[in-house]
Design a protein around this ligand. Structure first.
Ligand SMILES: [Fe+2]
Length: 308
């Protein structure tokens, strides 16, 4: 029996872009050449984002060929997962450093190794919350290129992390919204989200180091060339040149796109698992459903370039 795919159109496309029906799910740019992977196995986890990488021990030295193939996997899948690596902090830093200079974050850094941020709610090491859709440190003029996160301790249940593909989010915006935001710029500022965790005296030096910055609302991915929606609920405060109410309305619509399940992948952690994501192409959300149970994560971030 043959089946044909009827040309289904959504019943309607509401103003928020969150419509039912068929979505465009392009994993790579149209002119991308798919090639097989030679050095490891790639297990896809979702349509456009997320793959488990099997057959690697990340604590071993990384050859140029392996680095190149992993980078291709990162561009194609945006978030890579490696089971039960149990890296030392030094090995985690070393792996991340193959992608560039490591970022230090004076807002979050505690302890000796400033490049390693430890998230442990029970120990109160970092006072912030991560259960909001965001890309990391977009309040910087040069937001992180990516991050390598390892779970040291995992709660019995819960504590997953989710990622969303922001190129897919862009592709599926109604045409009139895309026309409005191509070329638009937006202000990013850590202060509205972070101020409640700090005293004014603690904030003063940070405010000097991190004044509000402007980024394009749609950035071009520097390695794939894809247009990627680049505003987020944590740090984007307004769209430049729009009246406040209009800016709020449009920002809410744009930030909501990360909530669409078709653009997402969700990773259920085991202790020692490592995730490596492209912060230029994705947003993420740490699901906070484990109450007072312990969950310890360590993140190393890789410095990025200026979005354009
Ligand atoms: Fe984050």
């Amino acid at each position: 029996m043959t089946t044909s795919t009827p040309a289904l159109r959504p019943f309607r496309i509401p103003a928020d872009g969150l419509y039912e029906g068929r979505r465009t799910l392009r994993r790579t740019p149209d002119d991308w050449h798919d090639r097989p992977y030679e050095l490891f196995e790639v297990i896809p986890l979702a349509a456009t984002i997320g793959a488990e990488i099997r057959g690697l021990d990340l604590s071993r030295p990384l050859s140029a060929a392996l680095r190149a193939e992993l980078n291709r996997a990162l561009l194609e899948w945006k978030a890579l997962f490696f089971r039960e690596q149990h890296l030392t902090s030094a090995a985690q830093r070393q792996f991340a450093a193959h992608w560039g200079e490591l970022e230090t974050n004076p807002l979050l850094a505690r302890g000796d190794a400033k490049e390693v941020v430890r998230f442990d709610k029970a120990a109160g090491a970092v006072p912030t919350f991560e259960n909001v859709w965001h890309a990391d440190v977009t309040f910087r003029a040069r937001p992180a290129m990516g991050a390598v996160l390892q779970l040291r301790e995992v709660p019995e249940a819960g504590g997953d992390t989710m990622w969303a593909d922001m190129a897919a989010a862009y592709d599926n915006l109604p045409a009139e919204i895309r026309a409005r935001i191509d070329g638009a710029r937006a202000v990013h500022d850590y202060l509205p989200g972070f101020a409640r965790f700090c005293t004014p005296a603690q904030l003063a030096p940070f405010q000097e180091e991190f004044p509000p910055v402007e980024h394009p609302v749609v950035r071009r991915h520097p390695e794939t060339g894809r247009r990627t929606l680049f505003v987020n609920a944590s740090f984007t405060t307004r769209i430049t040149g729009l009246p406040e109410a209009e800016s709020d309305r449009l920002l809410r619509l744009l930030c909501q796109q990360a909530h669409v399940p078709e653009y997402q992948v969700r990773w259920h952690w085991r202790a020692g698992d490592v995730a490596f994501w492209d912060n230029r192409a994705t947003q993420h959300y740490a699901v906070f459903d484990y109450g007072n149970r312990r969950r310890v994560a360590e993140r190393v971030a890789i410095a990025g370039d200026r979005p354009y």
